[in-house]
Ligand binder design. Structure first.
Ligand SMILES: [Zn+2]
Length: 535
């Protein structure tokens, strides 16, 4: 009997944490950051206290109370006595690994809390993105997926406060096991990238403390990794051979993106395994149809070709396929696509594994936008990047003096650069992302509209509020291809794979599957938070 216990991703989009147990062998399928639950309690200025380690996320129900699973250095004194009577409390010492589906934080973020000896199984691209994101971002202590600095307890002498945890010790890298590439066959540049930044100064010399990449063959389960198409490169679904048969976990996926053939191959190969169970995402169950990436290109091109002033394109920076769509539009309209340094770093990183990704140095339509106000202590990654692409750097004044020659890849959070750029009235703001999903995002949308008004920019594809509903105006639709399959596609995926049991996750409407698959011969079981399903 195989036991599946669901600690996250139930009636919510993201936060997946699924424990698979087959006798004494155990795996987690993703270990994600629960955005929705987190937002119930926290916001930008009210955060879990990093010095309290595990206490805050456990007490607020963001992490399941599984003693033995988490880093010991994050435990404050007497921590577990507080949770031993919780309904889902359990001692859980032996976990053989986490199968990570992709590098979106709602799937990967809480890996940061796991014991460092639990390996992470992922595609090479996913592993590299987790490092690039951490190298180039200011990740909170609760989102340190690739590496972290172990904490130690410190108590101010003569104070009555409880000891707090500080993390000024050397960084430790997690063990990543690659499912698609033999680490020995990676290029020297790729291997170098993985170990960069992990030096420790000893009395005599600097010592490399990076943990080399391993292969997924060390797993106690027979695994299959199926690359799929999603709004971030490197996404995969997993197959796990258990004593009850194959269990398939979809991660997040779609059939209408640039890499759709990957998803089709996954469906075929998963069906051949005649799986016992399919754990399938359901983000987009209520969407009736899809916008394809080539439509984003056509609609974007049409709007941008008509503009003779500055164009700002707003899309998710880790959606590399979207970035390439706008690069093509830049080529076709004779403009330069100006991307932010962290996006350039991501592109350069993925190119180490996927040589078909454009080389920034060679690509004449691609430049890097440098923030106007110098940062106090730029990271090594940033200094190296500016050095390597010196001739590719553009500043606010370069953009300002030739506005009709650029497409700037900015999101809402980069708008504070506009006072330096001084866009001409009538400049175009092309919105190529999803509509607001909650109150906090609605507030940001109202702010975004104010910025546009203030600088007299023209929005295109930007949702507008009408009678409490946010909608993209007619004639401006089709500028965003979702990372998730629509309802009809998901039903077809379920039918084509044909598992005995289907378990929906990552969805606000899991009963969609119960309603629509009743005649399919597939048994749909809805999981509950902390509940176990035996297959
Ligand atoms: Zn995702």
């Amino acid at each position: 009997m195989v036991r599946l216990t669901f600690y996250g991703g139930i009636n919510e989009i993201g936060g997946n944490k699924i424990l698979l147990e087959d006798g004494e062998r155990r795996l987690f399928l993703d270990f994600g950051f629960p955005y929705k639950k987190h937002k119930l309690f926290y916001e930008e200025y009210l955060k879990p206290r990093s010095g309290a380690g595990l206490l805050d996320p456990l007490a607020m129900g963001l992490l399941p109370p599984l003693e033995g699973l988490y880093r010991d250095d994050l435990a404050t004194p007497g921590l577990w006595q507080q949770f031993q009577h919780a309904a889902t409390y359990r001692q859980l010492d032996q976990v053989n690994g986490v199968l990570l589906s992709h590098a979106h934080l709602d799937h990967s973020g809480y890996i940061s809390f796991l014991k460092n000896d639990i390996p992470v199984f992922a595609t090479s691209v996913t592993a590299f993105i987790t490092k690039a994101m951490q190298d180039s971002g200011k990740s909170d202590f609760e989102q340190q997926v690739c590496f972290f600095s172990p904490t130690k307890q410190e108590r101010p002498t003569g104070w009555k406060q409880i000891a707090h945890l500080t993390d000024n010790t050397a960084k430790q890298q997690r063990q990543f096991c690659l499912a698609d590439v033999n680490p020995a066959e990676l290029s020297p540049e790729a291997t170098q990238f993985w170990s960069r930044g992990f030096w420790e100064k000893t009395a005599r010399q600097k010592e490399l403390v990076s943990r080399p990449l391993a292969s997924h063959r060390h797993c106690s389960f027979n695994l299959r990794c199926f690359p799929v198409d999603h709004s971030i490169p490197g996404a995969c679904a997993w197959g796990i051979e258990t004593s009850s048969g194959w269990v398939i976990y979809s991660g997040d996926l779609r059939r209408h993106g640039k890499r759709a053939e990957l998803t089709e191959r996954f469906i075929e190969q998963a069906a051949e395994l005649h799986p016992r169970a399919l754990i399938l995402e359901g983000t987009g169950v209520q969407r009736q149809s899809n916008v394809a990436e080539h439509e984003v290109y056509e609609n974007g091109l049409q709007a941008i070709a008509k503009s003779n002033s500055l164009v700002i394109a707003d899309f998710s920076p880790r959606d590399v396929d979207r970035l390439l769509t706008f690069l093509q539009i830049a080529r076709d309209t004779g403009r330069k696509l100006a991307i932010l340094p962290k996006d350039a770093y991501l592109l350069k990183t993925i190119r180490l594994l996927e040589p078909e990704i454009p080389d920034i140095a060679q690509e004449s339509n691609l430049v890097i936008y440098q923030d106007t106000i110098a940062s106090k202590s730029p990271g090594i990654w940033l200094r190296n990047l500016y050095q390597e692409y010196d001739s590719k750097i553009v500043l606010a004044e370069d953009v300002s003096s030739a506005q009709d020659q650029f497409i700037l890849c900015f999101s809402f959070f980069d708008l504070n650069e506009l006072p330096s750029i001084r866009p001409q009235a009538g400049s175009l703001y092309v919105y190529s992302s999803s509509e607001p999903h909650d109150e906090e995002q609605e507030i940001d949308f109202r702010r975004l509209h104010k910025w546009l008004e203030h600088f007299e920019l023209k929005g295109f594809g930007l949702p507008i509020e009408k009678n409490g509903q946010w909608q993209v105006p007619d004639g401006e639709k089709g500028l965003h291809a979702s990372g998730h399959a629509c309802g009809l596609d998901l039903l077809e995926i379920a039918r084509q794979i044909g598992p005995q049991v289907l378990i929906p996750v990552h969805s606000e409407h899991p009963d969609f599957y119960t309603e629509h698959l009743s005649d399919s011969g597939i048994g749909v079981i809805l999981p509950t938070v902390g509940g176990t399903i035996e297959v």
